[in-house]
Design a protein. Structure first.
Length: 235
């Protein structure tokens, strides 16, 4: 395995979805949030660590909204979005592979997670930069979990070893590209870790923050804005 100095670090944001559960007139990633778009907040969160050399944002082929975003030189938009998140990630990895090596690192981050904290990102890269596999931010589940059957509780699930996966998820480009090529069913890839697991690896869990929420519905936006204000990231 190469030394830390031999590996470059990149980030990839799949941002080609429509976000149908959010409703509204624009795709979810362009929803207004604290004076900017949600996508801009997600991008800026990744730019907080100087080790990330480039952030590749994969947008839909007909997307023109990204042209109006104010982003620094480290950000590149590519109109290679697919019909699913997995396809967009796969296409983004192919684009990165044109200039990056198999041993370089890729952090895949959700466009709908604008509240990634600087210290979370730093902790993730610090923990994994010399890891043989890679891993992901996650938080242990604190709530009691119920399994449902026809609207009633069928079972209380043991939560001692359960974690909730967050993003970014950080893997070597070669490993991630191999996983997405070998696991062709998009429904089987719920996140990058699930693809890597299916080819025989055990990704490392790096504790993240519960504030790293995924914005899914309109009522998540006020919570996201409150978190951004607490982080001092609102203009």
């Amino acid at each position: 395995m190469p030394s830390t100095l031999d590996s470059h670090v990149f980030a990839l944001i799949p941002a080609a979805g429509s976000g149908s559960r959010m409703g509204g007139d624009v795709p979810k990633q362009y929803a207004p949030l604290a004076g900017r778009t949600m996508l801009e907040h997600a991008i800026d969160a990744l730019l907080a660590d100087a080790r990330i050399e480039r952030v590749l944002v994969v947008v839909a082929p007909d997307d023109v909204r990204h042209r109006g975003l104010a982003c620094e030189a480290r950000v590149e938009f590519v109109a290679a979005g697919g019909a699913s998140r997995a396809e967009s990630v796969r296409n983004g990895l192919a684009r990165l592979a044109m200039s990056a090596s198999a041993e370089d690192w890729v952090l895949v981050h959700d466009a709908a997670r604008p509240c990634l904290a600087r210290e979370e990102l730093t902790a993730l890269i610090d923990a994994l930069i010399d890891d043989p596999v890679g891993g992901l931010l996650a938080v242990p589940i604190a709530d009691t979990i119920k399994r449902e059957d026809q609207g009633r509780v069928a079972q209380t699930v043991e939560r001692a070893c359960l974690w909730r996966a967050l993003t970014p998820q950080m893997f070597r480009l070669g490993v991630l590209d191999d996983a997405f090529e070998r696991v062709r069913d998009p429904a089987a890839i719920t996140d990058e870790s699930s693809a890597v697991e299916r080819i025989g690896h055990a990704p490392r869990l790096v504790p993240g923050h519960a504030s790293n929420i995924k914005v899914t519905r309109p009522d998540d936006l006020p919570l996201a804005e409150a978190i951004l204000r607490l982080q001092g990231r609102c203009r």
